[in-house]
Design a protein. Structure first.
Length: 249
């Protein structure tokens, strides 16, 4: 079962979403369908998230949403029985974030914002419980970033940019202290990609062009170093490239 989860994760990182889905479904089939120990609950939540991610990146957005919502409901039930479970709280944060982000992609901005506000409260609670947890701090930044995208889609561009700049500063500060941390390098690049998206949505095409060109070059530098995931290559870099083609003419 753990092997299926690891292989699903590897498939997602490589951008092989068919493999990710196949291994996630195999893992789910090996787990009991109802409540178990905290360990089993976490495993099922993680596999549901992997399945949702695979469906999302295959373009099956509605199916992905259903999977995220199933996982969110299961973890929510588990938290009512195990309210002090820090691991379940973190997983609940990420499933709420995935649900909110998917609703955003479906242009259901009101529901997306409500879900991301819930994820934000979860993330802050987890970080307050364990302030030194770098993963919990990263989860908080990720949720804030997605919330900013929704704010921008609702026309609150200045609020969105302010939120994204705070996230970028936090990631850049960490990168300055740990310059050889690959995920931090990637996070800073992705922060800039999202700012480019908001600038484009706001109609600030010249600024979006300048930022997106630099972001695409940074993605390409990572690719040459074999440090760019398949996911970033087929999804995030492609989105930046499309904006460059539109705004840099």
């Amino acid at each position: 079962m753990r092997a299926d989860l690891a292989l699903a994760d590897l498939g997602g990182m490589r951008g092989d979403f068919d493999a990710q889905l196949r291994y996630a479904e195999a893992g789910l089939a090996k787990l009991p369908p109802t409540a178990g120990s905290e360990e089993v609950l976490l495993l099922r939540a993680n596999v549901r998230a992997q399945k949702g991610d695979a469906l999302y990146y295959q373009g099956r957005i509605g199916d992905a949403l259903a999977e995220y919502e199933r996982g969110l409901a299961e973890v929510g039930d588990a938290l009512r029985k195990l309210p002090r479970s820090y691991a379940l709280r973190r997983r609940h944060t990420l499933l709420a974030w995935a649900t909110g982000s998917t609703l955003f992609e479906m242009h259901e901005h009101g529901r997306a914002l409500t879900m991301l506000e819930n994820a934000l409260a979860d993330a802050r609670e987890a970080l307050a419980f364990e302030p030194s947890d770098r993963e919990a701090a990263r989860n908080l930044r990720i949720v804030r970033q997605s919330r900013a995208q929704v704010l921008s889609a609702q026309g609150r561009h200045d609020d969105a940019i302010a939120e994204l700049l705070e996230t970028l500063r936090a990631d850049q500060s960490l990168l300055d202290r740990m310059p050889d941390e690959p995920r931090l390098v990637r996070d800073v690049i992705y922060d800039r990609a999202v700012i480019g998206e908001v600038l484009d949505r706001q109609g600030r095409r010249a600024e979006a062009c300048i930022l997106d060109r630099a972001t695409m070059a940074a993605f390409d530098a990572l690719a040459k170093q074999r440090r760019l995931s398949g996911l970033d290559l087929v999804d995030n870099r492609a989105a930046v490239e499309a904006r460059v083609a539109k705004n840099c003419r």
